[in-house]
Ligand binder design. Structure first.
Ligand code: FAD
Length: 404
């Protein structure tokens, strides 16, 4: 089988390796001067290559269309990814079952994939941008900057739109559209959130053990507990990134930040009363400093229209109610998500009902879409690279006409 794969990222390379291993004649076309530019920046340069967990645990971490991934993940599971890479490099498992190369170098992951491609005889063409794909089953023409290619099967592995500087500029969507495939509007995901309220003065403050909840038109969408930080124009950090993946298809989103999730309203109020009665605390701001970082104290007191210099003896019950309400649910209206340039992944893409579980177009036999081109996305922890590897692998099986 002659297979052309468009895109030399995680999904394209795994697909190329598997297809060549199954006996296909594989050519991989990559528009950059090198392979795996995005892999290079993954996991802060360490590459969290997968998550050492069962297929079911994996699916629990998929945000969009987890059922669609059932077959792919069972055919090529996180354990298979682990075994594959172990043939080429040492791995280690960290907190939350995150798998990294022992060397902490993402470049070693890229080298492993390159080595496997060489081993199985994949032809790699760099600096080769694919502009269009035409044709039908067993007879595809691939039009590129470096000439025309013909293939029996074509796999589109061009990624989404996030971090476009790595080469993922949404080219696969144009190819899908040219074949009449339905697209779900691509949105940034795992990205910072921009708020309508100004937060510049609290920029850089990191909070631990807080709870962030997102509501759309009053309905709770998602609640996350953990660490977050304020940026120049909104919120970021682990729990904000997770929340972003659940609100990117929602309108009128409100965030509520609970600074003290371990305490309910009454216990928090009782604690404030205790602090107010402490003879060492003369003014309100010294009470607040026992609860929050300095810059946040000013920010919160302004919301309640209170002066930090108000003597503790003059703080009223209604002052306390406002403080506690703000500490238990500081509200931010969401203006937008950060742009694709700052989004770890893209949510949306080729609609899953356009594809078989082997990633083949239902309309155009022999045309496959894998990895981030497809409307599937997951949380952080190695799950997104696993999606790329699993979908690339099952496409290779089908494209090479191997019974899986
Ligand atoms: C900063 C950052 C950190 C991340 N960290 C992790 C992590 O630690 N763990 C994890 O699981 N996931 C992580 N991800 C997500 C993960 O990197 C992606 O989900 C995954 O790389 C997607 O693989 P892909 O093959 O679908 O697409 P991509 O990796 O985007 O690859 C697409 C390739 O296609 C090429 N291409 C595009 N258009 C054309 C064309 N017209 N012709 C030829 N070639 C073309 C591109 O140049 C690119 O090389 C991270 C993402 C980012 C941005």
């Amino acid at each position: 089988m002659r297979i052309v794969i468009v895109g030399g990222g995680a999904s394209g390379m795994m697909c190329a390796i598997a297809a060549a291993k199954f006996g296909s004649d594989v050519t991989l076309l990559e528009k950059n001067e090198k392979l795996g530019k995005k892999i290079y920046i993954t996991g802060k340069g360490r590459c969290n290559v997968t998550n050492f967990c069962s297929a079911q645990e994996f699916l629990n971490n998929v945000v969009s269309n987890e059922k669609f991934l059932f077959s792919a993940i069972n055919k090529f599971s996180p354990y298979d990814t682990y075994d594959f890479f172990q043939n080429y490099l040492s791995l280690k498992i960290e907190r939350g079952n995150r798998v990294f190369p022992e060397s902490d170098k993402s470049s070693d992951v890229i080298k492993s994939l390159e080595k496997a491609m060489t081993e199985y005889g994949v032809k790699v063409v760099l600096n080769c941008c694919v502009n269009a794909v035409k044709g039908t089953e067993f007879d595809y023409k691939i039009y590129t900057d470096c000439g025309e290619y013909v293939a029996d099967r074509v796999v589109i592995a061009t990624g989404g739109k996030s971090y476009p500087s790595t080469g993922s500029t949404g080219d696969g969507y144009k190819i899908a559209k040219s074949f009449g495939l339905k697209l779900i509007d691509p949105k940034p995901a795992l990205c910072p959130i921009i708020t309508k309220q100004a937060v510049k003065e609290i920029e850089g403050i990191t909070l631990k053990n807080v709870e962030l909840s997102a509501y759309s038109n009053g309905k709770l969408i998602r609640k996350e507990f953990g660490e977050m930080l304020f940026t120049a124009n909104g919120v970021s950090g682990p729990i904000a990134l997770t929340i972003s993946s659940f609100i990117n298809r929602e309108k009128n989103v409100l965030l509520k930040l609970d600074f003290k999730p371990a305490l309910n309203f009454e216990t928090l109020d009782a604690r404030i009363v205790r602090e107010l009665n402490d003879p060492n605390r003369k003014v309100l701001k010294s009470v607040m400093r026992s609860l929050l970082p300095e810059r946040l104290v000013r920010y919160l007191l302004r919301i309640c229209n209170l002066s930090g210099d108000k003597p503790t003896s003059q703080v009223t019950k209604s002052d306390r109610i406002c403080i506690v309400n703000t500490l238990k649910g500081l509200e931010f209206d969401v203006r937008s998500l950060a742009p694709f340039e700052q989004a770890i992944i893209t949510s949306g893409g080729i609609a899953v009902d356009e594809l078989t579980p082997q990633m083949e177009s239902r309309k155009r036999k022999g045309l496959f879409f894998v990895g981030e081109t497809v409307d599937v996305d997951a949380l952080t922890g190695g799950f997104n690279l696993q999606i790329a590897f699993s979908t690339g692998y099952v496409a290779a099986l089908k494209a090479s006409q191997v019974k899986g």
